[in-house]
Design a protein around this ligand. Structure first.
Ligand code: ZN
Length: 324
């Protein structure tokens, strides 16, 4: 893909294109923004353009041909080894960049926030005296975890959430069959991330959605004991629970919309009858609190909290919010 073909990230793409055109490519870039919105794709396209003989990713020159065969020696990827980018990996990188005299090297460092402290300090030394003919593109969806000293030596390139239309288009382009209902539902749930949308497309979404919604419909009538029993039966599966949380979030947002009379904004349109009944059982402030609690659980999940514990608290809060 050429930089010019990347949709929706205009500001980032224009900055990068201009840098190549006026021969002012920086030593180091930091691409940041949520996951699945095209940061790595853009980094690869940028690398192709820099390496091309005519600086246009022409697709015809010998550099572009090597690139397309995926054996261009100038394109290097560094990814976490397990859960971290370790000092040994940075040592190898430092040895490799000595050869940049012979050929240009572009290093794409994925999940750059996962560098260990030693790795980050070692990498920092490299940024302080950047090697010739080398470009580092650090990619992260967690900017807060990048050392300020590294940030200050990189040109920052921010990536934005994609529009629903762009996500839907990307899904249509990449999937053979198009099921309109599924497409609409997944687009809403992906919240601007093509990566998330593709993941959801192959997930057990539909059966799971039916089950989760059945529980949410029953919940207002359950006793506290029943609620706890349900939480104990919840599967300890983080990917599945991430999906469950998205479904819950959508459900309570729908209730909130209905409560405000915004029927046209409801996503779970096939459950409109159930939603209309349940919506009478909550007031707006309870719905707001439950929605905030679900959002909060996403971050607790990242900190490795136990699912049954999290879901137990959440379901109790949902049950307690029901008007007497
Ligand atoms: Zn070319």
């Amino acid at each position: 893909m050429r930089l010019a073909d990347i949709i929706e990230q205009k500001a980032a793409v224009q900055t990068l294109q201009r840098a190549v055109e006026v021969d002012a490519v920086a030593h180091a870039y930091l691409f940041h923004g949520s996951s699945g919105i095209g940061k790595t794709t853009t980094a690869v396209s940028f690398a192709k353009q820099i390496l091309c003989e005519t600086k246009s990713a022409c697709g015809q020159c010998s550099e572009c041909l090597k690139f397309e065969r995926k054996n261009h020696p100038g394109l290097r990827m560094l990814e976490p080894d397990g859960a971290a980018i370790k000092i040994d990996q940075i040592r190898v990188l430092r040895e490799q960049v000595q050869y940049a005299n012979e050929y240009y090297q572009i290093w794409i460092i994925k999940d750059a926030h996962q560098m260990t402290v030693q790795a980050a300090n070692s990498f920092l030394k490299l940024l302080e005296e950047p090697p010739q003919r080398t470009v580092f593109i650090l990619v992260t969806d967690n900017l807060q975890q990048i050392l300020p000293t590294i940030k200050s030596r990189c040109q920052m390139i921010g990536f934005r959430r994609l529009s629903d239309a762009a996500v839907a288009q990307a899904l249509e382009n990449r999937t053979a069959e198009v099921d309109r209902k599924k497409l609409a539902l997944i687009t809403k749930m992906a919240q601007g991330s093509i990566g998330k949308a593709l993941e959801l497309w192959d997930s057990p979404l539909f059966e799971r959605r039916k089950w989760v919604i059945e529980q949410l419909v029953e919940l207002p009538r359950m006793s506290v004991v029943e609620v706890l029993g349900l939480s104990m039966r919840w599967e300890e599966n983080r990917d599945l629970f991430d999906l469950d949380l998205r479904l819950m979030l959508q459900w309570y947002r729908d209730l909130w919309c209905l409560k405000q009379g915004l029927k046209e904004q409801v996503n779970n349109i096939d459950y409109l009858n159930e939603l209309s009944v349940i919506c009478q059982k909550y007031n707006l402030s309870a719905l707001r609190q439950i929605t905030a609690a679900i959002v909060d659980i996403f971050s607790q999940l990242e900190r490795n909290a136990r699912i049954r514990f999290l879901v137990g608290n959440l379901l109790l809060q949902m049950r307690k919010g029901v008007l007497a």
